[in-house]
Design a protein around this ligand. Structure first.
Ligand SMILES: [Zn+2]
Ligand SMILES: [Zn+2]
Length: 221
């Protein structure tokens, strides 16, 4: 593996989740710092790294952010389908809280759980955790871009979805976006026929101003 590949992997590891625009800037810097003169596109560069990462069961994956639709990139494990090896930075009870949080989120129709419900999960944990510890743990998951939290709600980032996609499919039969057919966790649901759309897919579909379900024609709220 060449220096520029190693540097890119290090950056991805330390940042967790990187948006496409930012990644392009980073790629430019990496090339400058490693004196790379050949004109390899970011995509080809990524493919080369992924080939080399195969033997350690990792790859750089991309998925749109469910909130903004921006393509995001992260280094994910390809073998692990459970949450056990999500990262080594967490205590077992923190991982248990994360797992139960994911369960709670997956059980909601629109893919976001209330922070209060999550903090109440502490009572059912095998190894007890105070609410304050749980709050700090949630903050840590947010900081490391596994979860997002806003106005009393918590949902999964696309980093979590990329890393856990196989686990989610095995455990929860997640919804498929009616528009793009990809997995959708946080999205909008038709109040009539219950099809689900990514927020950005809904924006695209309703661009013409007709806010109606394209499946059943019911008004989209
Ligand atoms: Zn979609
Ligand atoms: Zn509908």
């Amino acid at each position: 593996m060449r220096d520029e590949h190693k540097l890119m992997i290090q950056i991805l590891m330390s940042k967790g989740l990187i948006g496409e625009r930012k990644l392009k800037d980073i790629y430019k810097t990496v090339k400058e710092r490693c004196d790379v003169t050949d004109n390899v596109s970011l995509n080809e560069f990524r493919n080369v790294i992924n080939t080399k990462l195969k033997e350690v069961s990792m790859e750089i994956r991309q998925k749109p952010d469910e909130d903004t639709g921006e393509q995001m990139y992260a280094l994910v494990q390809t073998m692990e389908s459970d949450l056990g090896k999500l990262t080594t930075d967490y205590q077992p009870q923190q991982l248990e809280l994360f797992k139960k949080t994911v369960g709670l989120i997956m059980g909601t129709p629109d893919g976001k759980a209330s922070s209060t419900d999550i903090l109440n999960l502490t009572e059912g944990l095998e190894k007890k955790m105070t609410k304050q510890d749980a709050e700090e743990t949630l903050d840590q998951f947010v900081e490391e871009q596994w979860l997002k939290q806003n106005e009393g709600y918590v949902w999964m980032t696309c980093r979590s979805i990329m890393e856990l996609e196989r686990y989610l499919r095995q455990t929860y039969q997640p919804d498929q976006c009616w528009n793009c057919k990809d997995i959708v966790v946080k999205g909008q649901v038709c109040s009539q026929c219950e099809i689900k759309l990514h927020g950005y897919c809904a924006d695209r579909l309703f661009k013409d101003g007709r806010r109606a379900c394209r499946n059943c024609n019911h008004r989209w709220v």
